[in-house]
Write a protein that binds this ligand. Structure first.
Ligand code: NAG
Ligand code: NAG
Length: 337
């Protein structure tokens, strides 16, 4: 009896002390818990040790090295060394990879942006880029999915202007998706965006896009919800919003989760951040179609936030010394309660 009580107490207490995010995600019916990473970080051995800890992370997303500027810096000249290094890291550890990404308005080489191509020429450039990129990784990595289209919308739900939209109209979306499907028929194809965590104009625009692609027979398997969020401002409609996407018969995934704060971080902010991580994870847990969660790097040491949002940071579940923050326990609580 005493032993049994001791055991029960032990089991009740250990999840927080010794939790393992991927195991908890699987226990909650998900396929994976993962993290973004980037090539320069792979020379930090303490970082790589935890990146390789598959009880926490069994999926990784290359932060930059599969993007257009890295993979096709000159027209028709493909360079896969950076992406291949991330792929090798994943394969060594038996981790899944999210391909990221085929078509995005950012981090484009100048030859694409300033090429003054006509519609037909840019169509063939998009086709060639997506099919070459996706074909390169076919069978080379344990693929979780490809972000084929990244950030197609403005916050008001209108299509973002870009060299692709301006030249090809919305046809670039189907051109890229069709090329990716042809290159790797087994790959799950996603459209990925931010500020579609809660219901609203941008989320409605994404729903309508997916509906129209499906009704015209364009391949689309999932919507990636980036979830670059702000402490204290997680949309209250996040679960209802995930459910809306699920009704379209597609997957959803939380693809780039981080929750930033105005620095300096305080105990109160860290406690709110813990709650906010829990809210996001609980919404995914409650939505059968939500297949997994990826954080946009696991440590504040390599977070993109301070470099992009001046005065903000501390957005990740581990601090800059690679020590778990209350946010980590929030993820655990999201999966277990
Ligand atoms: C892997 O991660 C878990 C949970 O964070 C931790 O308890 C464990 O010690 C880690 N394993 C190694 C080898 O670092
Ligand atoms: C570009 O060409 C496609 C056909 O390949 C067409 O559907 C689309 O309307 C054209 N877009 C523009 C902006 O001309």
């Amino acid at each position: 009896m005493v032993n049994f009580l001791f055991l029960a107490l032990f089991i009740a207490i250990t999840p927080l002390a010794n939790a393992q995010l991927h195991f908890l995600a699987v226990a909650a019916g998900k396929e994976y818990f993962g993290t973004a990473t980037d090539n320069p970080e792979l020379s930090d051995s303490a970082y790589v040790t935890q990146l390789s800890n598959t009880t926490d992370f069994n999926q990784i997303t290359p932060g930059n090295s599969m993007k257009w500027d890295a993979t096709e810096p000159s027209r028709g000249i493909f360079t896969f060394s950076g992406g291949d290094a991330i792929a090798a890291q994943a394969t060594k550890n038996g981790q899944l990879v999210r391909g990221h990404n085929c078509v995005w308005h950012n981090q484009l080489p100048a030859w694409v942006t300033n090429g003054n191509f006509d519609n037909a020429t840019l169509t063939s450039i998009v086709q060639n880029h997506c099919s070459t990129l996706v074909a390169h990784y076919k069978g080379k990595i344990a693929l979780v999915s490809w972000d084929v289209i990244n950030e197609p919308f403005n916050d008001d739900g209108t299509f973002r202007t870009s060299v692709f939209f301006n030249t090809m109209g919305t046809s670039y979306i189907q051109v890229a998706l069709n090329a990716a499907r042809a290159a790797d028929p087994g790959a799950k194809l996603y459209i990925n965006d931010f500020n579609i965590e809660g219901t609203g104009a941008k989320s409605t625009a994404m729903l309508n896009l997916v509906k129209s692609l499906k009704s015209s027979g364009v391949p689309i398997d999932g919507v990636g919800i980036q979830a670059h969020l702000i402490v204290g401002q997680v949309p209250s409609t996040i679960q209802a919003n995930l459910a809306q996407f699920a009704t379209l018969g597609i997957e959803v995934a939380i693809t780039e989760l981080d929750i930033r704060m105005t620095l300096p971080s305080t105990a109160a902010l860290l406690a709110q951040q813990r709650k906010d991580y829990q809210t996001v994870i609980a919404a995914c847990k409650a939505t059968k179609a939500c297949v997994g969660v990826t954080v946009w790097d696991w440590t504040d040491k390599y977070s993109w936030i301070p470099g992009t949002f001046s005065g903000q940071g501390a957005a990740c579940p581990w601090d800059e010394n690679l020590v778990k923050k209350p946010a980590y326990d929030g993820i655990v609580a999201g999966f277990t309660t």
